[in-house]
Write a new protein. Structure first.
Length: 326
């Protein structure tokens, strides 16, 4: 398919590059490093070759969220956003951007989001899970009340928020001890991000801000497969839900979430996501440079869905959500 738009596509700046070093074997690091720092060479050539008209770019992970010095976190976020804006300005027809935000301080994050959307023309924010604040031993999640002013601004600016994965910090990852192969994209990323998303849904955030839109990668981090069970456990017990939100979790999932195909190129999984959330809320993405553009595109271009859905997922859903003018 020509004219695809992809939106979980990462880059690094020198300050954040090393954050990606552990995710591939040493003999692949030179290649990954090149892919992360490159915008206009390999990346554009692969986009041309595989029918990707536009990428919405975001900083690598965990980057800003793991900088527990709040001032430094904000400084790195601003530096990355300014750098990204310069790259976009060279090819606005091919690249657009997501803001990196120091969620460690909701006020700083709100101001930087405003700057990125109003002054730099960014299409939303991409944040790598919980933030470490003041100490590396902290993990702060965004359903907490101190973030609701930030979410109000996000809704007001009418831009989506991409909740991207990160690993749990070691002191909170006992279940993975002795099984480090489960960390990262294999399992821990999805687990961490799915629970964070459920916290948002159950908190009542979307009752207060019904227009807020959250994007999840990797075909929804496992949530489509579990959505019915979340709302229907012990259905014979007539008791009100134990969370503050007013509606069923699946209602928020269907009305306040979009999913992308990043790093999860499997027809069976896509069809399950389509059956739970609908083709209007699924967006093509690759997860470059951690996954290959050809692996994503060669699969998506021929996967057994209707051509109408392929065009929606590959392109028009993103054009509408991000108000793109390609
Ligand atoms: Mn990613």
């Amino acid at each position: 398919m020509q004219g695809k738009i992809a939106l979980e596509e990462h880059f690094a700046i020198p300050d954040t590059l090393q954050d990606s070093a552990g995710f591939v074997p040493d003999n692949c690091w030179d290649e990954l490093k090149h892919r992360l720092l490159d915008f206009h060479d390999t990346r554009l050539k692969l986009m041309d070759k595989h029918g990707i008209e536009m990428m919405l770019l975001s900083l690598n992970a965990p980057a800003v969220q793991a900088i527990h010095d709040v001032k430094k976190a904000d400084e790195i976020a601003r530096r990355a956003n300014d750098f990204l804006a310069e790259q976009i300005a060279k090819r606005p027809d091919r690249f657009q951007g997501f803001a990196a935000l120091a969620m460690q301080d909701p006020d700083l994050a709100t101001k930087e989001l405003q700057r990125c959307v109003r002054d730099l023309g960014f299409k939303g924010a991409l944040v790598n899970g919980f933030s470490q604040i003041n100490t590396p031993e902290s993990a702060v999640y965004y359903d907490l009340k101190q973030y609701w002013g930030f979410w109000a601004e996000c809704e007001k600016l009418d831009v989506p928020f991409y909740l991207h994965p990160r690993n749990p910090i070691p002191s909170m990852a006992q279940i993975y001890e002795g099984h480090s192969w489960l960390l990262g994209p294999t399992w821990a990323f999805g687990q961490e991000t799915a629970v964070h998303a459920l916290r948002l849904m159950g908190s009542g955030l979307f009752d207060a801000h019904p227009k807020l839109q959250i994007i999840l990668g990797h075909m929804g981090e496992g949530l489509p497969y579990s959505m019915w069970r979340i709302d229907n456990r012990n259905a014979w017990v007539k008791a009100a839900p134990k969370y503050p939100a007013k509606r069923k979790i699946a209602d928020y999932f269907r009305e306040n979430f979009y999913l992308t195909t990043s790093g999860n190129f499997r027809t069976q999984t896509l069809i399950d996501a389509m059956l739970e959330i609908g083709a209007d809320r699924i967006l093509f993405s690759t997860d470059w440079p951690f996954e290959n553009i050809d692996h994503a595109s060669d699969w998506f271009d021929v996967t057994s869905i209707s051509e109408a859905d392929r065009i929606k997922i590959g392109r028009t859903n993103s054009v509408n959500l991000f108000k793109l003018k390609p």
